[in-house]
Design a protein. Structure first.
Length: 192
């Protein structure tokens, strides 16, 4: 499948390019961004960490058709600077992950991006279920999952940059997603 660009009312989601690393490095290499990410993220974060990850992991996975990575840019920013990223992975129990720079948090931007990427997951990729794993204390990420109608299917512990933390696995089935879309269009309340 091609590497499609996606859009929301306020964002352009463009496929990751190696040249994005220079913009992303200073935004991503912050404790408040990485502390609740998987322990595979090194800390302290190396000066070339984003470039190395894009070159050695993300771009090869994209080329194999296993992952999709988008850079978030505000449509009204004439310089089209990167403000965050969202990823889909076709294999495993963690299908979606995201981060957004601190200065762009709490504006509903990641909620928009997650909704569009979830639509892509179900409609374009024809996947039956979307699963995510997150630290239980990651309130902002939990809020997005709740808004999307996801439900907790397992509680466990996981290794994060900040240490071993209680974790939750969330799930959204195609059927439940479709009901939520129908309810949103008709203005009825979800019974999920």
């Amino acid at each position: 499948m091609d590497r499609p660009a996606l859009d929301t009312p306020r964002l352009s989601l463009r496929p990751l390019e190696l040249t994005d690393a220079a913009q992303v490095q200073p935004l991503f290499a912050r404790w408040e961004i990485v502390k609740q990410l998987n322990a595979k993220v090194p800390w302290p974060f190396p000066d070339d960490g984003v470039h190395t990850f894009y070159r050695d992991s993300a771009l090869p996975a994209i080329a194999r058709g296993q992952e999709f990575h988008w850079m978030l840019r505000r449509k009204n920013d004439p310089e089209q600077r990167v403000i965050g990223s969202i990823t889909l992975k076709l294999n495993g129990d963690k299908n979606r992950g995201f981060w957004i720079a601190r200065e762009w948090q709490r504006l509903g931007l990641m909620t928009e991006a997650a909704a569009e990427v979830t639509r892509f997951w179900f409609q374009d990729l024809n996947q039956p279920v979307l699963r995510v794993i997150k630290a239980r204390d990651n309130a902002a990420s939990r809020a997005i999952s709740l808004r999307q109608g996801m439900r907790i299917i397992a509680e466990t512990e996981g290794d994060y940059v900040s240490g071993r933390l209680p974790s939750e696995q969330w799930e959204l089935t195609f059927e439940d997603w479709r009901k939520m879309q129908h309810n949103n269009q008709t203005g009825t309340k979800s019974k999920l």
